[in-house]
Design a protein around this ligand. Sequence first.
Ligand code: URA
Length: 203
Amino acid sequence: MDGGPDLFGHNSLAALNADAEARYPYREGITQLVPGEGPADADLMVVGEQPGDQEDLAGRPFVGPAGQLFDRLAEKAGLPRDRVYVTNATKHFKYEPRGKFRMHKSPTLTEIKNVRWWLDEERALIDPKVILAMGGSAAYALTGNKKDMLKRRSSVETAMGGRGEPVFITVHPSFLLRLPDEESRAREQERFVSDLKDVWKMV
Ligand code: URA
């Protein structure tokens, strides 16, 4: 729980989010910050990297292409999406303007560390049985481990601080969207579905 204001002690997500939004250090060029969403008593917390272009506009996590793919694969895995709390390592859309487009830019490790207090308190309030880290930024925010994601995929690590929840590591859905050919996309999506089934068994 290093860095950032000591925000602990909120008794609701609404109170946390209001306070956190007032203290959040990054907001250049954004429409709005995007807090987590889902039932406050969820047993499974899913953590991504950061809101994308569509999430920034909507103010809700995982509504764009990566989120839609996640929803489809979650359904395939039998994971009840309405019982899952979804959030991100950072809560602002970081991008580089290119013409009329806003090109996604990953947050740095320092940026992730500087806003980890928000994620840490989401963990404290939700108190999930297990956390699914999708991609390197989420895995780093939760475990402090920045080693190669692909080697850690489908393994279970321990969250830093808090209750030391189990953190199931998988790839980010945008990795699946970026794969160039049909065959690797199908194979990797199958593996992602299998990860979702495995993490749901831990609930
Ligand atoms: N990618 C993420 O990691 N989170 C979102 O909310 C959307 C896209």
